[in-house]
Design a protein around this ligand. Structure first.
Ligand code: NAD
Length: 359
């Protein structure tokens, strides 16, 4: 597709390609929508197969951030960044500081934070060049790793789904499979175990499994075996696109609720199939908003107790989405998009009462 058509398709406001040979930097920043406030969204570092794949990812992630902020009731817009490269071998201070200069050049239209492949330490290099970064360490006055609050939000979201599906939100003896026990998945496993669930974990890296087994008495399954087993809840906490044409027919669960962004490869198609099959899908950007809540709190002087209290609201937000889905007989992802779009058009398009101009 031609570049402007790509932007117009989902109404992206701006795409910035960043390149610096000396720093080994190739990055893309996408700003989707700033009608509710400055764009917020993490920086993903990933070894993409092509620039087109990276562009596709950043466009999708930035749009999701717009919807996430809108449905969560935050006054932020949606943006995201991707750095093309191997996060295990290609990170350096120069790379992240150079990237930070690009973020700074946007003068507050976009705030970044860590995402898959980047860490609090990386964001501290970005912070040396710009104040428009969150998720920096507590020692430097930041909020640190957002994953514990994300995991807590996913946990309360899972309980909201259980209540809608089974009439009460107890997870006692429920078979829950977590795909990906990285920063979010590990914390989530701890919450689930303490609530009496039977926790199963899978990851492509052995050390992640070893790490989670230090604190959680979970059963380990091989990554390619998750679609063969019966479970009550599937919790995708790895990467996006896990619900696709190949996997959707094999899934044997009643609820899908996890932290990964863009879990449905094709939201409309796969959201409808899940709805028709009676599988309750918790829209990813509703249930994983704890991370955004956490980093947004940093701008107001961070307090984790306040962030966790705000993340509690994910229970109510999801309950409302599920209720609308049932009442209108539409997939949950459609119901959540409606709520987000209504707020974007009403509040995002709100007229300033003094100037009569849009904000
Ligand atoms: P992470 O990189 O720490 O963890 C992801 C884990 O998934 C890794 O351990 C990785 O080895 C594993 N993995 C990758 N592919 C896999 C596969 N095919 N099968 C099994 N395991 C696989 O990332 P994270 O911070 O825990 O985030 C997890 C997901 O949640 C991501 O999609 C991220 O975008 C999303 N998310 C995270 C936050 C946050 O606060 N960290 C907030 C919102 C959304």
């Amino acid at each position: 597709m031609e570049k402007f058509e790509i932007m117009e398709k989902d109404e992206h406001e701006q795409i910035i390609f960043c390149s610096n040979k000396d720093a080994g930097l190739r990055a893309i920043i996408a700003i989707h929508n700033t009608s509710l406030g400055p764009a917020f969204g993490g920086t993903r570092m990933w070894n993409y197969n092509s620039v087109d794949d990276a562009l596709k990812d950043v466009l999708k992630l930035s749009k999701t951030m717009t919807y996430k902020a809108a449905v969560t009731g935050l006054n932020y817009g949606g943006g995201n960044a991707v750095i093309l490269g191997d996060s295990n071998t290609q990170k350096s201070e120069l790379l992240f500081r150079t990237f930070g200069k690009y973020v700074n050049s946007l003068a507050g239209r976009y705030y970044t934070a860590e995402d898959v492949g980047t860490t609090v330490d990386d964001m501290e290099f970005v912070r040396m060049e710009t104040k428009y970064v969150t998720g920096i360490s507590k020692a430097l006055g930041g909020s640190g790793d957002p994953s514990p609050v994300t995991a807590y939000g996913v946990f309360v979201g899972i309980k909201a789904c259980a209540k809608a599906k089974w009439g009460n939100d107890s997870l006692e003896n429920k078979k829950i499979v977590i795909q990906g026990v990285g920063q979010v998945g590990k914390n989530l496993a701890e919450y689930l175990e303490s609530s009496g669930a039977k926790v199963y974990v899978t990851d492509i890296y052995a050390e992640k499994i070893e790490n989670v087994l230090k604190t959680v008495n979970a059963e380990v399954i091989k990554p390619d075996k998750i679609f063969n087993m019966d479970m009550d809840i599937f919790s995708p906490c790895a990467l996006g696109g896990v619900i696709n044409d190949d996997t959707i027919g094999k899934l044997k669960c009643e609820i899908i609720a996890g932290s990964a962004n863009n879990q449905l490869e094709d939201e409309e198609k796969h959201g409808k199939i899940l709805f028709d099959k009676g599988i309750l899908y918790a829209p990813d950007y509703v249930i994983n908003a704890g991370g955004l809540i956490n980093v947004a709190n940093e701008l107001e002087g961070y307090r984790q107790d306040r962030a966790l209290k705000q993340a509690d609201k994910i229970y109510d937000n999801l309950t409302k989405v599920i209720k609308n889905s049932k009442e209108q007989n539409i997939p949950t992802c459609k119901a959540s998009a409606q709520i987000a779009e209504k707020r974007l058009s009403q509040i995002g398009g709100m007229k300033n009462i003094f100037t009569n101009k849009s904000r």
